[in-house]
Design a protein around this ligand. Structure first.
Ligand code: NDP
Length: 284
């Protein structure tokens, strides 16, 4: 069996175009252009690429981008000042602080300083709590995109065994919570999970967010499973691969998302969705 591909690139394009049309209507109706502030500290090349792609997508969808590149040596207090100014700026409906931040800055302090009303990444404890409650709030972009990708297959989530490998605050935990809200029975795995291959083989839906190239191999996947690969890893030969061994797993799975062209573009599309949502809330 060869799995069908979940084409995140195409799905993200459709969503971005939808947001573009909604932004046009929103601007026409309110006179307000949704605005995203992008804060990038330092010159990490991967972060620079992510930020560039995010800004490009915002521009194309008609969102207004306020760019805040800051030197790597920016003191934490100065960064907090920037965040406070953006919190108070009515033209800004979403604030994105690109991670990772330089080592001398406490990321938690910074993420907690972002107004929960502009927290389009969904990392503020207020929005984390809303997510756990199942109440309306900003949902982190990557796991939100993962759910949209599963939904795009036409398969139901309800009642399925879902296994999420990786328990980070930005991907694994919120992905598990969203799957739970969609009535999956969820197992959240990590580096100390016993017999991970056996746990993964029980999954109807398998989400890999580990950060280890091609870690999920064919023998870890149930026949017909839906496999979402969040990982982005650069191999020594320059190739970009996910956390899933694509060639092996596609022979077992029913659906599989590729890397590149899977979850990555969906993360950006969800950022646009969340920024428009921020603007809608601001004028409501
Ligand atoms: P983190 O490093 O924060 O978390 C990795 C998780 O994987 C941890 O919970 C860790 O367990 C777990 N893990 C590590 N080794 C093993 C193992 N041998 N067995 C089981 N679990 C293990 O990573 P992120 O969540 O930030 O990112 C995960 C991947 O997703 C990365 O490749 C990242 O680049 C990518 N990513 C992609 C995005 C996209 O838009 N597509 C967005 C964000 C991330 P423990 O907690 O026990 O240490």
């Amino acid at each position: 069996m060869s799995a069908r591909c979940i084409d995140g690139k195409q799905l993200a394009k459709d969503i971005r175009e939808g947001v573009g049309a909604d932004v046009k209507a929103f601007v026409a109706g309110t006179g307000v252009r949704p605005g995203l502030a992008v804060v990038l500290v330092g010159d990490d090349p991967a972060s620079a690429v992510y930020v560039r792609n995010k800004k490009k997508a915002c521009d194309a969808a008609g969102l207004f981008v306020v760019d805040h590149p800051l030197p790597a040596a920016t003191p934490q207090a100065a960064l907090l000042d920037v965040i406070q100014r953006l919190n108070a700026d009515d033209a800004v409906h979403g604030i994105l602080v690109q991670l990772p931040l330089p080592a001398h800055i406490d990321s938690q302090v910074i993420l907690h300083a972002v107004s929960p009303d502009k927290d389009v990444d969904g990392f503020h404890p207020f929005n984390v709590g809303r997510l756990v409650e199942g109440a309306a709030g900003f949902v982190p972009c990557t796991p939100k995109g993962v759910i949209r990708m599963i939904e795009s297959t036409g398969e139901t989530i309800q009642g399925k065994q879902a296994v999420v490998v990786g328990r980070s605050n930005i991907v694994g935990k919120p992905a598990a919570m969203l799957l739970l809200h969609h009535h999956a029975t969820v197992t959240l795995c990590h580096s100390r999970t016993r017999d991970l291959p056996a746990v993964c083989r029980g999954a109807d839906i398998l989400v890999a967010a580990i950060g280890k190239p091609q870690f999920i191999t064919g023998d870890m996947v149930k026949d017909g499973a839906i496999v979402l690969d969040v990982g982005i890893n650069r191999l020594d030969d320059g190739r970009l691969v996910g956390d899933v061994h694509f060639e092996q797993v596609r022979e077992r799975a029913g659906w599989i998302s590729p890397v590149p062209g899977g979850v990555g573009p969906m993360t950006i599309a969800m950022l646009l969705v969340n920024t428009l949502e921020g603007a809608r809330r601001a004028v409501a």
